[in-house]
Design a binder for this molecule. Sequence first.
Ligand code: DLL
Length: 433
Amino acid sequence: MERYYQEEIECASREKIKSIQDEKLVRQVRHVWENVPYYRAKMEKAGVTPDDIQSSDDLYKLPFLSKADLREAYPYGLMGKPLKDCVRIQSTSGTTGKRVVAFYTQHDIDLWEECCARAIVAAGGTDEDVCQVSYGYGLFTGGPGLNGGSHKVGCLTIPTSSGNTERQIMFIRDLNATILCCTPSYAAYLGETMKEMGLTPEEIPLKAGIFGAEAWSEEMRQDIQKTLGIKAYDIYGLTELSGPGVSFECSAQTGMHVNEDHFIAEIIDPETGEVLPEGAEGELVFTSLDKEAFPLLRYRTRDICSLTREKCSCGRTHVRMMKPKGRTDDMLIIRGVNVFPSQIETVLLNHGYAANYQIIVDRVNNSDTLEVRVEMTPEMFTDNMGEIQKRQKQLVDGLKSMLGIKANVSLVAPKSITRSEGKAVRVIDNRKI
Ligand code: DLL
């Protein structure tokens, strides 16, 4: 039987959700107009005042916010509350440019942790569970968010943070962890290590995993579920909007329910900014409806996905976002063709490889080159050149039919590609250097 953390709101009628959004949006726009001069200036420039926003139907009138705005307004320019009312900052793991710093009041933290609690309960979590949080703790939102959610559900929480893989496995086994929270690439690594230790899925006490913070394919989910003997749930979020728990998967595993009482999701055409109809693929945009300290309106995430309001078998009524395919800024343009790393991952896993790969892009004689380096699994490992060449050719053909362009493939020895304890870095684009 499906269980909910806050059934009344998670399963509310669409009319009820709309009326909550209408009311909160009107209030939030006023709050921002009065307290965030940076955004007020944007509204004035667009010729919009709070009077123009009478309900969520008027959302499209508001100007967008982008990462560039966050950089420009760094560090305090988008705050909606005085610093003395804030109790926490978190920051992005971004490696380029200025970090994004997000502020939270205690109210913001409570809402955020509630969203994470909804995700844990949707993954079957109760106060009987032992929840190991192996996302990084600190400025990254993964650890603190799921830690808070786990407390709210009443799980016994093991705050291992990421890294120290042997200790992770020791705790899972000795303390009978039933729920694991970490990035999918770290879950795959933990699974690989446990398999090498000779552990079968039946000997691993875990029953569910809550994995997110990076794009991962359906094929990778199947792999992780099999190795760990668990059900693997996706969770999505970003620092700018609080962290994990903006949306989460339920037992149906067919897209992530957006917590619509706190966020309005839209899909836009990334080129024109036009709002696209339900089902269309485009850039995801979020409006935070009740965050006080860092209230972002129409924030462009750069994540590419689609939304559906089709009825979900779990009983939740909140809109679902499909697995993000990647980010507009992750998308590689190779010889004029758009390539997402997630498409390459799908081909590799469909051919029986694990998600241990690297994508290397370069420019030789003014032409782009694409190389996919992928590890052979221990079972397929061989030094027979003929066999290796045959396998490489199969992958070249598979990639060609998925991407429409030729990629060179190098099969490398098991364990030769560095494993990730957090978000995996899969692309090396030498063209930018
Ligand atoms: O990654 C928050 C998070 C932590 C989410 C733990 C889930 C679990 P940032 O570091 O700010 O925050 O990165 C946000 O990561 O815009 C997406 O591009 C990507 N991302 C997050 N979750 C998913 C997911 C955290 N489930 C950026 N699938 C987002 C695909 C994801 N991409």
